[in-house]
Ligand binder design. Structure first.
Ligand code: FEO
Length: 398
């Protein structure tokens, strides 16, 4: 029989390891696997589970809980966040233990209803609300966009243990489960931040302020090792990385792809136009840079110029991928963009890119810069001026 793992008195890990996982959520690397951490907290009067697990591991999850107590002894399920890697097993848990009351933010309750496709017995909590288990008190902290709008933290006041769901997590499967005895997972901790938290750097910093105000003995995240040693190192890192992510000097990126060098020459001219305007610029070949690196580069600028030739009536795949790498920031209306490219016959690429960027809520220059086949010296000069003009007029599109 699978057994729960004790953490401290009255707190056990009833989560699961997913050691064979290699890609999380379709595109996030997880070369060291992951874990879906769930915690069982026994109070003198009530018992609570904090977080669920991925639906693929429901049976293991239920077995581990039952190694500690019968399911009908569980009073609460604390749902800090409803992404299905945590909520997937909830339907079956509620079937087996219908007396359980869910405790969640308003957003999480709404999402959960749509996932379960039925009403659930749900207690909605807000910032600072508490839940008593008798001799134990749980306090809830709202941290929207860590990394979903529904997210909250749960803090066990007496033992000073924070349950931050995805926050401070790692895709790292190590059955030793504690950071001071697991293999080194700093790279996975950092990669996890990059892929999941960095797009919300401002919200992460706001949440870290709340964490700073806590006394902490331990952080029990929902993925990867439990942090019980050198805890503030992890909080420090989140703060440092988030501040860095928010540093945006006046800067632009020119990301392009080019079959025969014509769009590349336009890209170089556009970059020159940015420099002439006093801005800094990154010139990126979309076909030569990984999507992850492209995302990091594009998130660090305010303006992006996308360049693509038209091939078979379409912009080309590396540019579509690059555009897809930034929707989180663009979606909040903070990014500006313009499009350029060389074409041979019909030149649809720029128009298509503009429509896509509008859909992602970029502030888009409606006027692209297009050149038929090979740009002349005059074309390059005009491309440079077009870029500089756009930078000077961004407000008109904002
Ligand atoms: Fe681990 Fe956002 O789910």
């Amino acid at each position: 029989m699978l057994r729960a793992m004790p953490i401290i008195k009255d707190l056990s890990w009833v989560g699961v390891l997913d050691a064979s996982l290699r890609v999380f959520d379709i595109f996030i690397p997880a070369s060291q696997g992951s874990s879906y951490n769930s915690y069982l907290l026994r109070g003198s009067e009530k018992n609570a589970i904090i977080e669920g697990v991925h639906g693929r591991f429901t049976e293991q999850f239920l077995e581990k809980i039952q190694s500690e107590m019968p399911l009908d002894k569980i009073d609460y399920l604390i749902v800090n966040h409803t992404e299905p890697d945590h909520s997937g097993a909830i339907a079956r848990l509620l079937e087996a233990a219908p007396q359980i009351e869910i405790v969640a933010s308003r957003g999480a309750a709404t999402f959960l209803r749509a996932q379960l496709n039925r009403e659930a017995n749900c207690r909605i909590v807000s910032e600072g609300d508490t839940l008593s288990l008798g001799d134990k008190t749980l306090r809830f902290m709202m941290v929207p966009f860590w990394h979903w709008p529904d997210t909250m933290f749960t803090y066990w006041e007496e033992e000073k243990i924070l349950f931050p769901c995805d926050g401070f997590g790692s895709h790292f499967a190590d059955e030793r489960m504690f950071n001071d005895i697991a293999d080194d997972f700093w790279m996975e901790f950092s990669s996890y931040y990059d892929h999941i938290m960095r797009p919300f750097a401002d919200k992460i910093l706001a949440g870290c302020e709340k964490v700073r105000a806590l006394e902490l003995q331990m952080i029990c995240p929902s993925h990867g090792p439990i942090l019980r040693s050198d805890i503030w190192r992890y909080v420090d890192a989140y703060e440092e990385w988030s501040r860095k992510a928010l540093l945006k000097p006046q800067s632009a990126a020119v990301i392009y792809t080019s079959a025969y060098g014509n769009t590349r020459r336009l890209a170089e001219a556009v970059a020159e136009g940015v420099r002439n305007s006093g801005g800094t610029v990154k010139l990126l070949d979309a076909a030569a840079i990984s999507l992850h690196d492209a995302q990091a580069e594009l998130e660090s600028v305010q303006v992006i110029f996308f360049g693509s030739p038209t091939i078979n009536g379409d912009a080309v795949l590396p540019i579509w991928n690059a555009i897809s790498a930034t929707p989180l920031l663009a979606g909040r209306g903070k990014m500006s963009a313009a499009c350029f490219g060389s074409y041979g016959w019909s030149g649809e690429a720029c128009g298509q890119m503009i429509e896509r960027l509008k859909g992602l809520r970029y502030n888009v220059n409606p006027v692209p810069f297009k050149v038929n086949f090979v740009p002349t010296g005059e074309d390059l000069q005009k491309a440079s001026e077009w870029a500089a003009d756009f930078l000077g007029c961004i407000g008109e599109w904002c």
